[in-house]
Design a protein around this ligand. Structure first.
Ligand SMILES: Nc1nc2c(c(=O)[nH]1)N[C@H]1C(S)=C(S)[C@@H](COP(=O)(O)O)O[C@H]1N2
Ligand SMILES: [Mo]
Length: 420
């Protein structure tokens, strides 16, 4: 495993801050990178000589990608960044390579100091707990768990779908430490009427309106009581990265990433499907029946996304690389609520397939690592394709099952190679 050290975790403004930084941090945090100087109200006499896109040294750790390594920034308001496939090669995704998907702006504080989580609604004992309460009153577990954004792969939709144009890298499998949501819900005493959770976080709506949530999603109570679902306060053995939900978040492996509420403040147990921000309309919803590409689907025919489909990624070699006549090919495969049974690789555009060596998940909810070695018959351009099959015999398709908002694209990952 590739363990990059990272000591430059962007903490919130502290008293140790140099004066130039203090009052301008908030502006910078909420402004676009390009306009950082202007929005912070700084006069920069030699601005005309500044290389385009350069960030200001005095505010270096305000960069949305501080503490991240090699991510592709898709947008900075809100911050969205994906990881190139070849940087997802580690069995466990290092924090600096875990993607970022935000719907709003970071909370004013991401410090564990004074943070509380409330569990209420259809429970016998509503509770408000600090992070220490969680640590002290419940079994603390560490698990490798994969999170994939429901819109990962959207960039390949045709006709295109609105939203972040993720290619393949809005996925990761880090090691999360926390307590089981199940244990906390059982302590709260889930009532018979409970059917769904509703999650709330402390992030700030893009409008700045304190009464609006950027995102508030939930999961069916049966899934919430699944032992893989964690309320996490550590990522890869350290505090959570601010962009990944510090100091507290849910991790719901195998379900759309949006279920894994970051900056978690409340779990509201409900007697109906949660109706929070981005639960309705076309958000994180897919047509209840297959539709032709480009179809306009009415809201009432859309259903909330559940377990994610079978999928795999080639993390070595890198797309477009040069290769010798023989190479190792490796990557990961995952599926929501099932396991991967088989991983096959093709070097002839899918005419023939050879089975790769596939690991079992290190624990339920972890992605599965695979590797194989391929030999090419002669020099030239090849494509390596990977195809996973899950425990129900379902394989990845060649084509995208089109839907209006560009979710669930689990079509085959392909890597082109120049072989000599
Ligand atoms: N509070 C809050 N939680 C959130 C989000 C958000 O915008 N706000 N984005 C969700 C989405 S859409 C995804 S895909 C995952 C991404 O987690 P990551 O940013 O740690 O990779 O966080 C989810 N949790
Ligand atoms: Mo997402």
């Amino acid at each position: 495993m590739d363990n990059h050290s990272h000591t430059d975790t962007p903490a919130d403004a502290g008293p140790q801050d140099a004066p130039i930084r203090k009052d301008r941090r908030r502006f910078l945090r909420t402004a676009g990178l390009a306009t950082a100087g202007a929005v912070a109200g700084l006069t920069i006499p030699f601005e005309r000589h500044m290389p385009k896109g350069m960030t200001l040294a005095a505010f270096a750790d305000d960069s949305p990608l501080a503490g991240k390594d090699g991510l592709t920034l898709l947008g900075d308001r809100p911050v969205n960044a994906e990881t190139p496939a070849h940087l997802l090669d580690d069995a466990i995704t290092p924090t600096e390579r875990h993607f970022i998907r935000n719907n709003g702006l970071l909370p004013d504080s991401t410090s564990p100091e004074g943070w509380t989580l409330t569990v209420d609604g259809f429970v016998d004992n509503p509770m408000t707990m600090t992070i220490d309460d969680l640590r002290n009153n419940f079994e603390v577990v560490t698990r490798a768990l994969h999170i994939e954004c429901g819109g990962n792969g959207r960039a390949a939709f045709d006709p295109p779908a609105r939203g972040n144009q993720w290619t393949v890298g809005a996925v990761g499998c880090s090691e999360w430490t926390g307590v089981r949501l199940k244990d906390v819900l059982e302590a709260a005493g889930v009532q018979d009427a409970a059917v769904y959770t509703g999650h709330e976080g402390a992030d700030i709506h893009l409008s700045g309106d304190p009464d609006k949530f950027p995102l508030s999603r939930g999961i069916p109570i049966e899934k919430a009581l699944d032992e893989t679902v964690l309320i996490a306060f550590e990522m890869n053995g350290e505090a959570l990265h601010p962009m990944n939900g510090a100091p507290l978040r849910l991790v719901v492996p195998g379900w759309p990433g949006s279920c894994s509420q970051k900056w978690l403040t409340r779990i509201w147990v409900r007697d109906q499907e949660h109706d929070g921000e981005k639960m309705g309309g076309q958000s994180y919803r897919v047509p209840a029946y297959p539709v032709a590409p480009g179809t306009d689907v009415p809201n009432e025919d859309m259903v909330v996304m559940g377990a994610m489909p079978v999928k795999s990624l080639i993390t070595f070699p890198m797309n477009g690389a040069e290769s010798g006549m023989e190479t190792e090919v490796r990557g990961h495969a995952w599926v929501g609520d099932r396991t991967i049974e088989r991983l096959e690789v093709s070097i002839d555009f899918g005419a023939t397939w050879a089975e790769a060596d596939l690991d079992a998940p290190v624990n339920p909810g972890a992605w599965q690592n695979w590797r194989t070695s391929v030999s090419f018959p002669q020099a030239g351009y090849y494509e390596v394709w990977a195809r996973a099959t899950d425990s129900e015999g379902v394989s990845q398709p060649h084509a995208i099952a089109w839907n209006p908002r560009g979710y669930n694209n689990n079509s085959l990952h392909r890597v082109g190679l120049m072989v000599s």
